[in-house]
Design a protein. Structure first.
Length: 228
């Protein structure tokens, strides 16, 4: 199965509300090449991107809150595979994981917690119309929200960047949902090892970069990544 079939393209209307907007953007072959070279330097080729048109949620200060680029879809694979029963998602973003989760037979209900009303207004109507049963989207803060029952699976995706500064908040949420069968946070391992990763990146040679690209068999002309 192609990754884009496992996690479909985001299908929410483009628009702007308050401090947030949903827009489409195009990645050229040149831009994808530069980005993948950069990721090779960081030994993070799994974060490489491919050319094409994508969708992203952007704040008015220029911060990209979320996109449906291939690299971001990869970050959510394990969560989607683990999802069952009652699923709690902290952070709505583009709602990218809602569809693949709700269509799983093992999932009974999905609750999404989002504190930004602008994001809810832009994104929620599409999914609530499409999935009138089995989906709740709640305006609340992830740290203060109290579900009626302990969820089976929890996914925390409330951060804009990968940074070790996110770790204390991740720990708070993991402790809060310690009784869940499965709980994890977006890019947690990379956040926990952030300083070590940055230090290694500073001493990566060009030869090592090309070795990594070659070992990965990387080519922009390759077919879309397959999952499963």
């Amino acid at each position: 199965m192609k990754l884009t079939d496992f996690i479909p393209d985001v299908r929410v209307p483009l628009g702007k509300k308050g401090r947030h907007k949903i827009e489409s953007y195009t990645v050229s072959v040149q831009e994808a090449t530069y980005h993948c070279m950069s990721m090779a330097i960081k030994d993070r080729l799994e974060e490489g991107i491919i050319p094409g048109t994508h969708t992203r949620l952007v704040r008015d200060d220029g911060t990209i809150v979320m996109s449906d680029a291939i690299s971001e879809r990869r970050d959510h694979i394990e969560f989607i595979e683990e999802a069952f029963g009652m699923v709690l998602i902290n952070g709505l973003g583009l709602g990218m994981t809602i569809e693949p989760i709700i269509r799983k037979d093992q999932v009974d209900h999905v609750i999404v917690v989002e504190k930004e009303q602008d994001v809810i207004d832009l994104v929620a109507p599409t999914y609530l119309k499409r999935y009138s049963q089995g989906l709740s989207i709640v305006k609340a803060d992830a740290f203060s929200f109290e579900p009626n029952q302990c969820p089976d699976v929890v996914w925390n995706d409330i951060w804009d960047y990968i940074s070790d500064e996110n770790v204390p908040e991740m720990k708070r949420l993991h402790e809060k949902y310690a009784n869940a069968s499965w709980c994890d946070s977006w890019a947690r391992e990379r956040c926990e090892n952030f300083r070590e990763i940055v230090e290694k990146e500073m001493y990566t040679s060009v030869d090592v970069v090309f070795e990594r690209l070659d070992a990965a068999g990387f080519t922009l002309a390759a077919p879309e990544e397959e999952h499963g």
